[in-house]
Design a protein around this ligand. Structure first.
Ligand SMILES: Cc1ncc(C[n+]2csc(CCOP(=O)(O)OP(=O)(O)O)c2C)c(N)n1
Length: 537
């Protein structure tokens, strides 16, 4: 017998899905039975729906393919909410498959097990789209549509809800199990004018964001930057799209000093695949005098930065069309010299910061030990904030952070997902003592599935950034000091080795041992990094 869940699974497989993260429950038993019968999909049994969703998110960002999470109805679905918000904010293609009570009982308020009123309503504002199955014959089309929606234009999470009874009900199979890909509508009446503006600009600047990384636009961005001899700045998650060591790559657009001066003294900013959100750009003081904004859609046009021209649609296609019309400027050498001088200034600034901040020494230890082809996954923790600014990243996605929502508790779980996506790639997670205790239960998942990478738990015995903010705004701390377990003993309790270090050298040795062992390691770093780099640097 072919059930609704069998059909759902076949469509996932046809779309190339071979890993699913989740937790079984009475309502999704049909899906788990389909998984068991099929046997070809790897199921990662997780210990919380939020961390399962972060894992699917880390997997999606690392692999560039959909990360799939399966939850149950009501509470099981609800636990995924903050993690989906993060995936939404970070444009990560996460497919959340969830159940509901039996189709015939939905909306009746009978007090059915796990029932929640208008369950999909919880997810409408934190996903690209919700797909609601109410009849078994719709499973096939809606699953296919959900998969298409994940990656169409700006990627993002999608919610697919199948009532419990329809998962197990017999269903006929249609023949075509493929997925279609449609390219978003492109509307370019202003392309010519944009090209003229670019040609006339003397100090153009490229500002690149997350959507350009998700669309794998390294080639287009390098090519347009090199043609124009224009410097490039990046929002945090776009760092590495072109290597930080590239002579035209200046660094994080949120930084002050030479980067901010370059932005405000440019005479044209070409923003590619960035929403120019308040949190990444405006709040950090970024000024962009004239703006051409290229994105998948015009949802973020003129929100924080008025644009002179907005071009939306097939983003890579738009940049390629621009490229065809552009040529190297006559003052190319002058431009390259200017960027070179800015880079020297940035290096001097960093050398000065390095003298005063040991956070920089720790970042150097991590950078020196990781090859370029690697992923550093950071939480919203002080050392993580420093890495946003100062960790050199040379590959797209080589720095992964929860910048979509600034959630804590992301990094360990997302790194598990990333490691599953790229088992051969060195991956390190950095998380605070606060954030880690949102996710420690997933040590059991690592043990069960043989997943191994180093996790640096920075034990400052505090919600450090909160303590810093309290002191800054209220002159004293309150409820920001933490009572912690012994993290090494905690790791040991899961059968995982732990080590306590308190210096850059100690961290280097522990990372070296951990990476060469290939095993899971908890490295407790006893440090208290007192302040973030925001605002100052
Ligand atoms: C889910 C969630 N809850 C609360 C916060 C508020 N918050 C932001 S940072 C932070 C402290 C994090 O502490 P820790 O992980 O120890 O890192 P540290 O700041 O000490 O470096 C908190 C509570 C948040 N961002 N996300």
């Amino acid at each position: 017998m072919q059930t609704g869940a069998d059909t759902l699974l076949e469509i996932l497989k046809a779309a190339g899905v071979h890993t699913v993260f989740g937790i079984p429950s009475i309502h999704n038993l049909g899906f788990y039975e389909a998984l068991r019968k099929d046997g070809s999909i790897r199921h990662i049994l997780c210990r919380h729906e939020a961390t399962a969703t972060h894992m699917a998110d880390g997997y999606a960002r690392e692999s560039g393919t959909p990360g799939v999470v399966i939850t149950s109805t009501g509470p099981g679905a609800g636990y995924a909410v903050p993690a989906l918000q993060e995936a939404y904010g970070s444009s990560a293609p996460v497919l959340m498959i969830t159940t509901n009570i039996a189709a015939s009982k939905i909306g009746k308020g009978l007090g059915t097990l796990h029932e929640v009123k208008e369950q999909d309503g919880i997810f409408k504002n934190i996903t690209k789209a919700v797909f609601i199955v109410r009849a078994e014959e719709d499973i096939e089309d809606l699953t296919r549509e959900a998969l298409n929606t994940l990656k169409l234009g700006r990627p993002g999470p999608v919610y697919l809800e199948v009532p419990t009874d329809l998962m197990s009900r017999e269903i006929g199979v249609k023949r075509d199990l493929g997925t279609n890909t449609t390219v978003p509508k492109t509307d370019l009446p202003d392309l010519k004018e944009a090209i003229t503006l670019i040609k006339n600009a003397e100090r153009p600047l490229l500002v690149v964001g997350t959507a350009a990384v998700r669309a794998c636009m390294a080639e287009e961005v390098v090519s347009i930057a090199e043609t124009l001899a224009a410097p490039v700045i990046f929002t945090p998650s776009a760092r590495g799209l072109i290597p930080d060591k590239h002579p035209l790559a200046l660094g994080n657009s949120a930084r002050s000093g030479a980067i901010r001066e370059t932005a405000s003294s440019s005479d044209l900013a070409l923003a590619i695949g960035t929403r120019l959100r308040e949190v990444d750009a405006k709040r950090r003081g970024l000024v962009l005098p004239h703006l051409i904004h290229v994105d998948w859609d015009n949802e973020w046009t003129d929100r924080n930065f008025p644009s002179n021209i907005s071009l939306s649609g097939d983003m890579p296609g738009i940049v390629r069309a621009m490229m065809e019309a552009l040529e190297s400027p006559s003052d190319r050498e002058r431009r390259l010299q200017r960027v070179h001088e800015i880079s020297l200034k940035i290096q001097e600034e960093e050398a000065e910061i390095r003298r005063n901040h040991r956070e920089m020494t720790y970042l150097k230890v991590i950078r020196d030990i990781l090859p370029e082809e690697s992923t550093l996954v950071v939480d919203n923790t002080q050392l993580g904030y420093w890495s946003e600014y100062f960790y050199p990243c040379h590959v797209p996605g080589g720095w992964m952070g929860a910048k979509g929502s600034a959630i804590i508790g992301f990094a360990f779980a997302a790194a598990i997902g990333a490691k599953i996506a790229s088992p051969e790639k060195p991956i390190i997670a950095v998380i605070g003592d606060g954030g880690f205790l949102y996710s420690t239960q997933e040590l059991a998942t690592c043990l069960r599935h043989g997943i191994g990478f180093p996790v640096i738990v920075v034990n400052s015995k505090s919600f450090g950034i909160i303590a810093y903010l309290q002191k800054k705004f209220h002159k004293c701390e309150y409820e920001s000091r933490l009572t912690n377990p012994d993290f090494v003993a905690l790791a040991n309790a899961y059968g995982i080795a732990g080590r306590r270090v308190a210096s850059p050298d100690g961290l280097g040795q522990a990372l070296d041992e951990a990476l060469s062992s290939g095993k899971m390691r908890i490295i407790e770093l006893l440090e208290d990094f007192p302040e973030p780099p925001f605002g100052r640097y």
